[in-house]
Write a protein that binds this ligand. Structure first.
Ligand code: B12
Ligand code: SF4
Ligand code: SF4
Length: 332
């Protein structure tokens, strides 16, 4: 078997659902990223501005790096929608996938009988992962900005193993399979798309409920609806997901007890009743730790206001304040 085929079959055995290979070179969409930053669409995500040189050309990541094995892991788009975006219901994908990519790296060195420099990235550095994934043939940039694969839709994570090893690359994914569809653009409750494939993150519920560390501007409260953490709306409406989304193969991504099947009101009340110790225990190894307890409480209060019909009103703000201390008896 060619080494490329062996790598792919090993990656699949390690739980990755998509695997492709790219030869490294200048990132074609780096100018689009720079323009996106310049227009202020990254909001407070200052970390995205770091590492511009590596982002523009991943050959600067380490000396002699030549190829990337790019992987996708399905996190289960078939599960019903809920107050927590599907990607965040199980264990943290950074940990799960980075460990598997390191296993793949270790296996490769044993297979070839020599040391090969390598570095794994899963949303952990200045790499344009969707750019690399398209180049490795994994899918196209959907109008909702998600990387979409014609066989599994878009409910998958991306990761890359950069290697000092020449490999035969796969053909880049050149087609645009969105056609005339605009469902995602029309469905976004906060009008976060300024154009197809251009998202103003400062309007996106995912940013507002996860990345933003301050108060959520009140103009977005109503549109947040029942989304306590993240948002899947522009993926849920996508015909490719409606048709092809499946359950995750990876057990670590199964919804943890406490989130599985829970409605927005119950979860919001539980969050508002948590102290630091319950929060740490409930969200150990969960990506939801990123928002911190304070951020989750902020989101839960907004959602409770929406459910009570108080969104964007003075009464709603009072309800938010009362909610923080009054409702504490729901165990997680
Ligand atoms: C910052 C970030 C966010 C921000 C901004 C999202 C965004 N669309 O830019 C926020 C917090 C809003 C966010 C939300 C989500 N994210 Co996020 N996020 C990232 C991160 C760290 C960087 C993305 C980035 O560079 N954004 C900047 C803009 C300019 O890039 P972009 O939209 O991806 O656009 C690229 C191309 O579309 C192209 N491009 C730009 N304009 C144009 C125009 C045309 C005409 C063309 C052809 C191409 C093109 O160039 C860009 C650069 O390559 C990546 C991890 C990584 N290191 O790549 C994860 C990542 C993109 N996120 C991911 C996920 C899962 C999500 C959420 C689904 C989570 C959730 N349920 O709440 C949502 C989805 C929202 C959405 N519609 O994008 C996954 C996506 C996997 C996939 N299948 O695509 C990633 C890859 C993480 C991972 N390792 O799996 N995210
Ligand atoms: S994740 Fe939600 S808020 Fe963000 S762009 Fe998609 S639909 Fe809009
Ligand atoms: S909803 Fe339509 S336009 Fe949006 S990503 Fe899916 S196919 Fe493309």
């Amino acid at each position: 078997m060619r080494i490329e085929e062996s790598i792919k079959s090993r990656a699949r055995a390690l739980g990755f659902d998509l695997v492709g290979i790219a030869t490294l070179g200048p990132a074609e969409t780096a100018p689009m990223f720079e323009e996106w930053i310049a227009r202020g669409f990254a909001g407070d995500m200052a970390y995205l501005e770091r590492g511009a040189e590596k982002r523009a050309d991943p050959r600067r990541v380490f000396e002699n790096v030549k190829s990337a094995v790019v992987v996708g892991m399905n996190y289960g788009g078939k599960a019903p929608p809920g107050p927590v975006a599907r990607y965040a219901r199980g264990d943290d994908y950074h940990d799960v996938m980075t460990a598997r990519l390191r296993e793949l790296h270790a296996w490769l060195q044993t297979e070839l009988g020599r040391d090969i420099a390598g570095k794994a990235y899963v949303d952990t550095g200045p790499i344009l992962e969707r750019d690399l994934a398209r180049k490795a043939g994994l899918g196209w940039f959907g109008k909702n900005t998600m990387l979409l694969n014609p066989e599994i839709g878009s409910f998958f994570f991306l990761g890359a193993l950069l290697l000092d090893l020449e490999l035969e690359p796969d053909a880049p994914f050149e087609a645009d399979r969105c056609g005339t569809c605009t469902r995602c653009l029309d469905a976004c409750p906060t009008d976060a798309f300024v154009a197809p494939r251009v998202l103003d993150a400062t309007r996106c519920i995912s940013y507002l409920t996860i990345e933003l560390k301050t108060e959520i501007p009140s103009e977005f409260h109503g549109a947040i609806g029942e989304n306590i953490y993240g948002c899947d709306i522009c993926q849920d409406v996508c015909p490719w997901n409606v048709r092809f989304a499946t359950d995750a193969r990876e057990p670590a991504f199964a919804a943890r007890q406490g989130i599985a099947g829970k409605d927005a009101r119950t979860l919001a009340l539980q969050i508002l009743g948590m102290d630091d110790a319950t929060f740490r225990a409930a969200f150990r190894k969960s990506p939801m730790k990123r928002a911190k307890l304070q951020g989750l409480k902020r989101n839960a209060a907004v959602v409770l206001n929406n459910l009570s019909g108080f969104a964007d009103t003075e009464a709603g703000k009072a309800n938010e304040r009362a909610g923080r201390s009054a409702l504490t008896d729901v165990s997680f």
